[in-house]
Design a protein around this ligand. Structure first.
Ligand code: URA
Length: 267
């Protein structure tokens, strides 16, 4: 993915979120005064955070929330700051029905990044990605190539559970994406594995179907470095279609080889 100037990437986010008008009747300086605070929503068990105070006044229009997400994500200079920014961000409606903000699990220093879709019921309850049935299968997939949660890092496109595990809307995903892109920058991975079609669509902007994209190396631009990306089948899909585990196994073997080649002293 080619690097885009800030204004162009901002426009891309707005289009992805469904914005279809370039101008309003009155110009708005989105970098100075904020619109009035939204009415408080019901009490949530999310922990209090100083960043939450800073973004309490987040405007309710989706494009403004995406702008806020971009500003917050860009300002985060560590994973701890990014997590705090995300926990303080109230622009995504999914957060209102979620119990936890699900940030990540595993070891960021491993630089092997797995990205799934969104927390499910178990993940929302516990606050960590991939801890339910699909997570157990993911653990087996990791083990198959010699990895575990101390040697791999795991996150999702969405940080809040969509109610009833429905598909996230493009707008909901667009509000989480600035945080995910900054998350990827901060982890600075050597290899990215995308679990399922939703991750491929939102990280790589490709909607041509996971059966077409899986098993082929793509590249993701992180800070002017191209990182190899392997799309593969989502473990939840594999629970429903166990006959396709052999395809995921092939993809994971390619990942294992890639990690070995990147770390071999001859390279
Ligand atoms: N499915 C996902 O994509 N992510 C999780 O964290 C759990 C299930």
């Amino acid at each position: 993915m080619a690097a885009m100037p800030d204004s162009l990437s901002a426009l891309a986010w707005l289009v992805e979120a469904g914005a279809d008008e370039a101008i309003g009747d009155v110009p708005v300086d989105r970098f100075s005064a904020r619109a009035p605070a939204r009415p408080p929503t019901e009490a949530k068990p999310h922990p209090a955070s100083p960043v939450r105070e800073a973004v309490k006044a987040a405007p309710s229009a989706p494009s403004d929330s995406i702008g806020t997400a971009m500003e917050l994500a860009k300002a985060a200079n560590s994973l701890a700051e990014l997590r705090a920014a995300l926990e303080g961000f109230d622009g995504c409606a999914l957060k209102r029905s979620a119990t936890h903000t699900v940030f990540a699990d595993g070891n960021p220093a491993s630089r092997i990044l797995f990205i799934g879709e969104a927390p499910g019921r178990d993940e929302d309850r516990i606050g960590l990605p991939f801890v339910g049935r699909a997570g157990k299968l993911l653990d087996k997939m990791l083990a198959a190539i010699g990895l575990d949660r101390t040697t791999a890092y795991i996150t999702n496109v969405l940080n809040w559970r969509p109610p009833d595990n429905r598909d996230p809307s493009p707008e909901e995903a667009a509000m989480c994406l600035p945080f995910l892109r900054r998350h990827i920058e901060l982890v600075d991975p050597e290899v990215i594995v995308l679990l399922g079609a939703v991750a491929v669509r939102h990280v790589m902007g490709r909607s041509d179907g996971i059966m077409k994209t899986r098993g082929r190396w793509l590249e993701y631009n992180v800070g002017r470095r191209l990182v190899p990306v392997m799309p593969t089948l989502h473990p939840a899909y594999l629970l429903r279609q166990p006959a396709h585990k052999k395809l995921a196994w092939r993809d994971l073997q390619a990942v294992e080889q890639k990690i070995a080649s990147l770390r071999s002293p001859e390279d």
